[in-house]
Design a protein around this ligand. Structure first.
Ligand code: IMP
Length: 432
């Protein structure tokens, strides 16, 4: 029983990267199980800010970094990250699943073409080729990482994929500027050659590691509301982002996973299109964006911002089986006199505290707000005091905010993050 999963309970960007980086030393390995270079995990070390897209955040902690079969691997980006790490004096220990799907230039082009075709109905993807990589996997025309190691197999598989894309690009999108086949083939073969030493059987290695008492931390990417089945489809990503995907995406069975830590921001943000009931397009939203520096780490896009939505977080905590919650970016709320929390929705005149089935219905949801006291008058020194003396040193309204969220979500808040650095974290009894 030695796996713990960290997952986002909103629309991604909950600050999971910092937490994975913080907790990695307690584990032997850190594993990614879904998503790809659409993710951007920002980790701040001293004055340096680093963003990883494919590498698990634990790379900086010298842990074994696992990229499981469920990940869409842009091998070019992974190689760049490896050389950045090496340049910074970090020798990454990487194990890349030979079963993972490869995201190629063809997938990135396809993503952009499909977004353009959708026009005003665009998903607002990161254009990193994620949707096309997963749809090609389901169609069984994708490339697996292990294929990059076999020149003949790669040539055959790439030919099938290439010809299909050529036809689709031309006939559906009127796009004829195909990359050259030989160039693409050589590039992928070169990626395979450079990654060879890292490619292996994650399912065996991980099960062996856990059987011999090793511990693994699973790093979720995106958030539960972006899950392809349980999120705000079609305004979602293309993988399952919930904790259960950690098993499927690595080959470690679910009965070996003992903890699920749900991470939620103290307010709500979203990048890209789709329903967002508590979105605040006015003053409060822009204050949250400015104070929280809410700009996408992968695309630089400004994030949409709004108050905490307890309906989505309760739903996400349930789906993931979160046994504890970490609330992040609580410092961003320090400047508000009053803080709002959505406790339910009113949809077509009916009140509900459950997530509706469709994105359209969620789009019609009007949040029912409760207003809570802010802790503005208390200054900022209380965080350090609370780290030394315990949570009683926190301002009363802040404790009130945490208690009310716990009640609404139905899961204990066992940790609070109040700034980007590793030190800015208050442990409230976290069990990992
Ligand atoms: P895709 O995953 O690039 O296909 O994008 C689909 C949707 O998920 C878009 O709304 C993206 O903005 C969103 N998305 C994808 N990855 C992330 C992430 O790491 N954080 C936040 N949103 C993301």
């Amino acid at each position: 029983m030695s796996g713990a999963v960290i997952v986002g309970l909103q629309w991604g960007d909950e600050g999971k990267g910092k937490l994975v980086d913080l907790f990695a030393p307690k584990f032997d390995a850190v594993a990614r199980f879904q998503g790809g270079s659409n993710a951007g995990h920002t980790v701040v070390i001293g004055d340096e800010k680093r963003v990883f897209h494919v590498m698990p955040s634990g790379a900086l902690q010298g842990r074994l970094c696992i990229v499981g079969s469920g990940v869409a691997v842009d091998t070019g980006i992974l190689l760049e990250e490896l050389s950045t790490l090496e340049g910074a004096g970090v020798k990454p220990k990487l194990l890349l699943s030979g079963r993972a799907q490869v995201t190629t230039r063809l997938h990135r082009i396809h993503d952009g073409l499909e977004e353009a075709r959708r026009g005003s109905g665009a998903v607002g993807t990161t254009r990193r080729g994620i949707g096309p990589t997963y749809s090609d996997r389901a169609l069984r025309v994708g490339l697996k990482v292990a294929d990059l190691l076999e020149p003949d197999i790669l040539e055959d598989r790439l030919r099938v994929l290439y010809e299909l894309k050529k036809k689709i690009f031309k006939e559906v999108y009127g796009y004829t500027d195909m990359p050259d086949f030989d160039g693409l083939y050589d590039e992928l073969l070169d990626h395979g050659r450079r990654l060879r030493g890292y490619i292996g059987k994650v399912e065996y290695e991980l099960n062996r590691l856990v059987s011999s008492g090793g511990r693994v931390l699973f790093e979720g990417a995106q958030g539960t509301l972006l899950d392809v089945d349980y999120g705000t489809y079609p305004y979602s990503t293309s993988s399952n982002t919930v904790a259960a995907a950690s098993s499927v995406g690595t080959g470690l069975p679910p009965n070996r996973i003992s903890h699920v830590v749900g991470v939620a921001k103290a307010y709500t943000t979203r990048v890209g299109s789709g329903p967002f009931p508590t979105e605040d397009k006015g003053e409060h939203g822009s204050i949250l964006r400015d104070l929280g520096k809410e700009y996408g780490s992968t695309t630089g896009r400004p994030r949409r911002c709004g108050w905490f939505d307890a309906v989505i977080v309760r739903y996400a905590a349930m789906l993931n089986g979160a046994d504890q919650i970490i609330l992040t970016k609580l410092d961003v709320l320090s400047d508000f006199e009053k803080i709002k929390v959505a406790t339910a929705y009113r949809i077509d005149g009916e009140e509900t505290d459950e997530m509706p089935l469709t994105a359209e219905e969620l789009d019609r949801a009007k949040p029912v707000y409760e207003e809570l006291e802010g802790w503005r008058s208390y200054g900022y020194g209380f965080w350090r005091k609370a780290r030394e003396e315990g949570e009683d040193a926190l301002p009363k309204p802040l404790r009130g905010y945490l208690a009310r969220l716990e009640e609404l979500i139905g899961v204990q808040i066992r940790g609070v993050s109040y700034g980007p650095s590793r030190e800015e974290f208050l442990d409230l009894g976290l069990e990992l």
